[in-house]
Design a protein around this ligand. Structure first.
Ligand SMILES: [Zn+2]
Ligand SMILES: [Zn+2]
Ligand SMILES: [Zn+2]
Length: 246
């Protein structure tokens, strides 16, 4: 269920495509990335998508955001896979994309449900807005806006790997423990299982909290963050190292 309105934090983010050690507001991401994407000398057709979490469904009042590119011929499922890997996967719940009245699922069953096998270009056009929902029980909801087509890097079309380019992402906002002034490290529902609160290590009983991570799913179900190996720190010395394909 959506939670009541709270003051929402809109964290700054970094660009993985250039060497600018600058931090950007989510509202400034579009203007910044335009130049980066249109100066690229790559040659595959990609589509640029802005992703913004819906804070009403999160345990923390934060708008998490990313700017990504997806190969136009990749199946919609590749985007689902990326979102699961980087942002939401906890225990294999169902997910869907909703574009207008159309629903796209991995295994469509009913009328009006479509398959995620469809290539991105059949579902998304510049200007398309959509919603992605992961888990229909305790949902995490992400709003997407399709921006523009650009030339992206070469991909292995046999595997459909490396078809999602992570261009920008918010930095994890520093939050404070609800019981003291230490930085929050966990989300914990308390002995009585009340509402989830941000807690420091000292105010979280050992082994009981969920880690506070840079994801709209932090603190929900059994979410512990992305699998190891998904390094998403920004390397200012060697910006090329920052280019991440999924
Ligand atoms: Zn940039
Ligand atoms: Zn779960
Ligand atoms: Zn504390």
């Amino acid at each position: 269920m959506p939670r009541p309105e709270r003051d929402v934090i809109r964290p700054l983010g970094v660009c993985f495509l250039c060497s600018m050690p600058k931090k950007y507001k989510p509202s400034g991401a579009h203007a910044h990335l335009w130049a980066d994407l249109h100066r690229a000398t790559w040659e595959e057709p990609f589509i640029w998508i802005s992703l913004r979490s819906d804070p009403e469904y999160s345990a923390v009042p934060v708008l998490f955001w990313m700017e990504i590119g997806v190969h136009l011929e990749a199946p919609l499922e590749a985007l689902d896979f990326f979102l699961r890997e980087v942002w939401v996967e906890c225990c294999g719940h169902l997910s869907e994309f909703r574009v207008g009245r159309k629903r796209y699922l991995r295994e469509p069953e009913e009328r009006g449900e479509h398959s995620m096998d469809l290539p991105i270009f059949e579902v998304f056009r510049p200007g398309t807005t959509f919603t992605y929902t992961y888990d229909f029980g305790s949902p995490t909801v992400i709003d997407g806006k399709v921006r523009d087509v650009f030339q992206g890097p070469a991909v292995d079309q046999n595997l459909w790997k490396g078809v999602v380019l992570l261009a920008m992402r918010n930095l994890k906002p520093r939050m404070t423990c609800s019981r003291c002034d230490q930085p929050a490290r966990y989300l914990y529902a308390g002995e009585e299982g009340g509402p989830v609160e941000l807690r420091c290590g000292r105010h979280t009983p050992y082994g009981e909290g969920l880690p506070y991570v840079n994801s709209p799913r932090t603190g929900i179900c059994a979410y512990h963050g992305p699998p190891p190996g998904i390094l998403l720190e920004h390397n200012e010395e060697e910006p090329w190292e920052n280019i991440r394909l999924f």
